[in-house]
Design a protein around this ligand. Structure first.
Ligand SMILES: Nc1ncnc2c1ncn2[C@@H]1O[C@H](COP(=O)(O)OP(=O)(O)O)[C@@H](O)[C@H]1O
Ligand SMILES: [Mg+2]
Length: 316
């Protein structure tokens, strides 16, 4: 048997990557299996090169585009890359809401808006196709308050809660050339973040987004999740990740009148820092990811362009 390498590609994170590599290496040492985890090493990328990793876990290519290309090329040579770098390059939060609807998951009413400012290298004449937005129609459809947030974003940046027209336009004026979604605010009684691993395992974490960042998990920890809600969150999280083809994700849900609305479920490199998620959630994600990465090293899956959404939308 030849040695199978599991590479972790990561950035500023200090806890999760190292603990995951240690977990995999100590499991392999115990069982004698020829699997080894370590950081991916990248210099320049040559067209003819081969890729030493059987599996790569990507935690950073959304911030380092050069790495994204490494991952696509590695996938083209047979490396199992988690998450799929092709599909992650293609989707966005607004499109993913349409996928969610096709997968039978409730999402808030949402519209996508044109950029407030001209993107680089464009001017007025670049927008011959663009019509004025029917703002009255948008506000009548969504109702206030409205969340304004980037379709291609994450990390709670450029997210605004707007209580009225005036607040909305003063927020929109600050959004530069981002493509923003305007979304019905869900006035929630409960909020959950779910780790979803391998489109198979779901770990539900009560979460209180109204607390300061450092307390969001801690403040809600220990809140019991009613059985029927746990079943629904599990079903919906799996349906989303199956449809989108993501092997590691967090799906966030806000519950209104007993219905979990999917708020944010395109978190392909989700926060897994022990200092924010807490020890119990951290242990869960380390264990589940070690299982997944080792399993993919043993049993690679055939290449797939994306998840099951083309079938669910009746296109394939
Ligand atoms: N439609 C909404 N209804 C209620 N709260 C929302 C809604 N959209 C976003 N939020 C709040 O804003 C936070 C950040 O928005 P989110 O969609 O999760 O973006 P990000 O990818 O930046 O985390 C959420 O955790 C939630 O607390
Ligand atoms: Mg979020």
């Amino acid at each position: 048997m030849t040695l199978k390498r599991i590479g972790i590609l990561f950035g500023m994170e200090d806890t999760f990557p190292w603990a995951l590599m240690n977990e995999i290496n100590s499991r392999a040492a115990k069982s004698g299996e020829e699997i080894e985890a370590g950081p991916v090493k990248i210099g320049h990328i040559a067209q003819e090169q081969s890729y030493p990793e059987a599996v790569i876990l990507d935690r950073i290519s959304h911030e380092v585009l050069f790495y994204r290309t490494y991952l696509k090329c590695a996938a083209a040579r047979g490396t199992q890359v988690i998450n799929n770098p092709f599909w992650w390059s293609a989707d966005d939060k607004f499109f993913d809401n349409i996928v969610a609807q096709a997968a039978g998951v409730a999402v808030p009413k949402t519209v996508l808006l044109p950029h407030k400012q001209h993107p680089p290298n464009t001017k007025e004449t670049s927008f011959r196709n663009l019509q004025f937005v029917d703002w009255d129609g948008v506000f009548a459809y969504l109702g206030f308050p409205i969340f304004l947030k980037p379709a291609y974003g994450g990390g709670w940046k450029d997210v605004y809660k707007c209580d009225d027209r005036e607040g909305f336009f003063s927020a929109y004026d600050q959004t530069r050339d981002l493509a923003m979604m305007a979304q019905e605010a869900i006035d929630f009684t409960d909020y959950y973040r779910c780790y979803v691993v391998g489109r198979e395992k779901v770990h539900i974490m009560p979460y209180d987004p109204k607390q300061p960042h450092a307390l969001r998990y801690e403040a809600a920890a220990g809140t019991p999740v009613p059985e029927a809600m746990a079943a629904r969150l599990t079903r919906d999280s799996l349906a989303l990740c199956e449809a989108l083809g993501y092997d590691l994700n967090t799906c966030e849900f806000a519950v209104r009148d007993g219905v979990p609305y999917a708020i944010d479920f395109m978190n392909c490199a989700p926060d897994a820092d022990v200092h924010s998620v807490g020890a119990a959630n951290f242990d869960w994600i380390i264990g589940a990811m070690a299982d997944l990465l080792m399993e993919r090293a043993r049993h690679p899956r055939p290449f797939e362009a994306t998840g099951t959404w083309p079938r669910q939308l009746g296109l394939a």
